[in-house]
Design a protein around this ligand. Structure first.
Ligand SMILES: NC(=O)C1=CN([C@@H]2O[C@H](COP(=O)(O)OP(=O)(O)OC[C@H]3O[C@@H](n4cnc5c(N)ncnc54)[C@H](OP(=O)(O)O)[C@@H]3O)[C@@H](O)[C@H]2O)C=CC1
Ligand SMILES: O=C(O)C1=N[C@H](C(=O)O)C[C@H](O)C1
Length: 233
């Protein structure tokens, strides 16, 4: 597979390593101010860039017939438009706030737990995410997906940073050192707490998941998710 990398930072470099170890070729590394992008050389684009650049990178690919795997977070106010552009150009697209197998299992666990907790009014939910100090967005994309998983299965209607309320899921975002990504969800009552937590030890799981998604999307048209890729129920 010939891969164009949009964003060649911490994730771009790790994806290149893993993709090459699986026999793929990196044909382009597109970073800031890239001119003359050779879309024709790519079977797939993998975007791990910045919140400000992801949308233009993605839609540029769709317009040039290149399917896209996007892991960039912090641009989701434009997600619906990206989906429209994908469909209009008969292209293929997967966005995931987190490509790791472990977090995708954690998403399922979160939804299941939320369903059970929805009947128990004595418990209040809260979330915490911890990441490295270079992270541009807060809360993390993964935290937003987790919050949506709770909202879809309970009476909670929204999430807020550092703000609680009857129907609000409060999220605390911490930025510390080199932390790759830690997410925890806590249900607390007067008598006890129930907590679930995912800790990434490094970025390899994110990168491997993105490469697996790129392999999976070959020959497909449409908008998919990691649930499709991993065949999770
Ligand atoms: N979905 C997932 O599984 C994961 C998602 N992420 C997300 O991926 C994104 C990237 O993370 P990470 O690699 O750690 O960040 P980095 O800051 O290390 O890398 C981002 C890169 O994008 C470059 N860039 C800036 N502008 C553009 C542009 N217009 N086009 C292409 N590239 C550009 C930056 O260049 P410069 O430094 O010169 O500005 C930098 O090299 C973040 O949004 C992060 O949240 C991260 C890990 C896992
Ligand atoms: O910026 C990061 O590093 C990460 N970003 C993603 C997010 O915002 O959820 C995924 C992972 O937690 C690492």
């Amino acid at each position: 597979m010939r891969i164009g990398l949009f964003g060649y930072g911490k994730m771009g470099r790790m994806i290149a390593e893993i993709a090459q170890s699986r026999g793929h070729k990196i044909v382009a590394k597109v970073d800031v101010d890239a001119a003359d992008i050779d879309y024709a050389s790519m079977d797939v684009a993998i975007d791990f860039s910045t919140p400000d650049s992801a949308f233009d990178n993605i839609t540029g690919c769709f317009e040039n017939g290149v399917p896209v795997i996007c892991g960039t977070t912090g641009w989701l106010n434009q997600y619906n438009e990206a989906v429209e552009r994908c469909n209009k150009n008969k292209s293929a697209f997967i966005y995931a706030s987190n490509f790791s197998l472990g977090v995708n299992i954690f998403f399922e666990l979160n939804a299941h737990l939320a369903k059970m907790m929805s009947k128990l009014e004595q418990y209040k939910v809260s979330m915490e995410e911890i990441h490295h100090t270079q992270k541009l967005d807060a809360p993390s994309g993964t935290a937003i997906t987790l919050a949506e998983g709770i909202i879809n299965n309970t009476a909670y209607t929204e999430w807020q940073l550092e703000k609680s309320g009857d129907k609000i899921i409060p999220i605390t975002s911490k930025r510390e050192g080199m932390v790759p990504g830690t997410h925890s969800i806590c249900y607390e009552s007067n008598v006890d707490s129930i907590e679930i937590k995912h800790t990434a030890h490094n970025r390899e799981g994110f990168a491997l998941g993105a490469v697996i998604a790129a392999e999976w999307i070959q020959g497909k048209t449409g908008v998919f998710s990691m649930k499709d890729v991993l065949n999770l129920s």
